[in-house]
Design a protein around this ligand. Structure first.
Ligand SMILES: NC(=O)c1ccc[n+]([C@@H]2O[C@H](COP(=O)([O-])OP(=O)(O)OC[C@H]3O[C@@H](n4cnc5c(N)ncnc54)[C@H](O)[C@@H]3O)[C@@H](O)[C@H]2O)c1
Ligand SMILES: O=c1ccn([C@@H]2O[C@H](COP(=O)(O)OP(=O)(O)O[C@H]3O[C@H](CO)[C@@H](O)[C@H](O)[C@H]3O)[C@@H](O)[C@H]2O)c(=O)[nH]1
Length: 440
């Protein structure tokens, strides 16, 4: 099939690459000429395991193309995916300017039937706004053309995006147009082994499903983070509690890890947006407001532990920081807990020696000007001359360090672990003072 993907961020690029891998002819459009330049030269502008190979293979096979030319891109696909950003507006609601600009571009230039598919995470009712924007452009041109609008929210996780897209738990399609539903079913057939995984529903329910999924996952994390704080007071171990409750299939093991808060480009903004949508609808979400407040607090939990150990003023102290990205296997720093931890410790006068396997260039961009912050080339180098270690992201290479070398490098032989990577008893037996999250 001929497909156009508008936006070559995480979602657009993964969508375009995976659809071309299944034999579709995909044209990806972006307004950012720098991104398109990188893609045309055979690179990708993000770090995502396995993606570069797929992009290169399909570009070479002529199934995947990149352009900044709106007219050519819109002319190409019968299916037009909108996969642009929906960042938070000042009041927390999703800013729809990019989605509606993309919709208008389609309406302004289309010459035949199109199925316009929202893949961006958008509030309930956006499908109607997209329809109206396209129709408005057609009216301005004084022409009548047939089109359908569908919702197809994306559930991929960064760092595992290719696998998530290629083997989705489910594909949600919201549409009331039979042609759109049939085309989407055909497009996704190669990705789903089991037809139960294709869920067709009305547009509003599909839009709501995406927010409900992220809100539920964020709620589980904040719930565990709050329990972890109580566990510390009671002398219980949140890791054992996690195993104890996760083994109940009604609860399950996923997304129950306590830590230094959730970050990334989705949970924080989508929780905010859903709170806003619900308030505007006259049905405030009290639970989700608490989820957000708990997470904001949790991002400071490592700082609280450092302050409890060293005092409010940290001038003269040096900390190694392992992990900057909001999670492993990505260089994404959007709403990363490391940003809060680093800003707060720097404000208190600490020197920080940070290391991340891939996110250092991105960190240099978003943390530029942070006093006392420097970057190391390796986890080991970050420890040199440090008093203590702070772990913010659970990269695999941090899981089994040379513990003796770690102890000897740190003047105070102290580790603050925001991701509960190590056994507290083991650390103590090695002579390392260890502060985890919710562990005795
Ligand atoms: N990042 C994720 O893991 C993820 C997962 C699921 C859903 N989502 C949702 O998908 C959407 C996109 O997220 P992302 O992380 O890929 O965003 P992003 O910010 O990384 O990328 C968006 C891209 O769209 C481009 N763009 C903006 N306006 C455009 C226009 N009019 N025409 C063409 N290109 C345009 C931008 O230049 C940018 O390259 C968001 O709504 C997000 O919530 C993201
Ligand atoms: O038990 C857990 C699981 C995750 N996290 C944190 O939660 C954040 C988000 O992690 P994850 O969900 O793995 O990454 P994202 O790539 O942001 O993916 C989420 O957001 C996407 C965008 O909407 C959705 O498509 C995905 O389904 C959803 O998992 C990260 O900071 C993690 O460290 C925890 O603290 N504890």
């Amino acid at each position: 099939m001929k497909v156009t993907v508008i936006g070559t961020g995480y979602v657009g690029l993964v969508t375009g690459a995976c659809l071309s891998e299944m034999g579709n002819h995909v044209v990806c459009l972006d307004v950012d000429p720098e991104k398109i330049r990188i893609l045309k030269e055979g690179g990708i502008p993000i770090h995502e395991p396995g993606l570069l190979e797929i992009v290169q293979r399909n570009v070479a096979g002529g199934r995947l193309e990149f352009t900044t030319d709106v007219e050519a891109a819109v002319a190409h696909g019968t299916i037009q995916f909108i996969a642009v950003g929906t960042p938070p507006d000042e009041d927390g609601s999703a800013d729809l300017q990019y989605v509606l600009a993309a919709a208008r571009n389609i309406g302004r230039t289309m010459t035949d039937f199109k199925v316009i598919v929202d893949k961006s995470t958008v509030p309930v009712g956006t499908g109607d706004k997209v329809k109206a924007a396209v129709q408005d452009e057609l009216d301005r041109r004084g022409i009548r053309l047939d089109f359908a609008v569908a919702s197809n929210p994306e559930f991929l996780k960064e760092g595992a995006a290719v696998a998530d897209f290629m083997r989705p738990d489910r594909v949600v399609v919201g549409a009331d147009d039979e042609r759109a539903i049939l085309l989407m079913k055909a497009l996704y057939a190669p990705f789903i082994r089991n037809h139960d995984r294709m869920m067709v529903m009305d547009l509003r329910s599909a839009e709501f499903t995406k927010y409900a999924a992220n809100a539920m996952l964020a709620t589980r994390i904040s719930f565990m983070n709050e329990l972890a704080l109580v566990a510390e007071k009671l002398g219980a171990d949140i890791e054992l509690v996690r195993q104890g409750i996760g083994s109940d299939p009604r609860i399950g093991f996923h997304f129950l890890y306590a830590g230094c808060g959730y970050g990334g480009s989705c949970f924080p903004k989508d929780v905010k947006a859903l709170i806003r949508t619900a308030a505007d609808a006259g049905q405030p979400l009290q639970l989700l407001q608490a989820v957000e407040a708990v997470n904001d607090r949790q991002k400071l939990v490592l700082v609280d532990k450092v302050v409890a150990r060293y005092g409010e003023q940290l001038t003269g102290k040096t900390f190694a920081v392992w992990g900057l990205a909001f999670k492993p296997n990505t260089d994404d720093m959007r709403d990363a807990p490391s940003r809060v931890v680093i800003a707060e410790l720097a404000r208190r006068g600490a020197k920080l020696q940070a290391y991340d396997p891939v996110a250092v260039p991105e960190a240099q961009r978003v943390l530029a000007g942070t006093p006392g912050l420097s970057y190391a080339d390796s986890a080991r180098a970050a420890l040199e001359g440090a008093d203590a270690l702070i772990i913010v992201t659970e990269w695999k290479e941090f899981r089994t360090p040379d513990f003796e070398a770690l102890r000897e490098s740190l003047a105070d032989r102290t580790v603050f672990d925001g991701r509960n990577l190590y056994e507290p008893k083991l650390m103590r037996s090695l002579g390392i003072e260890y502060h985890g999250i919710g562990r005795p």
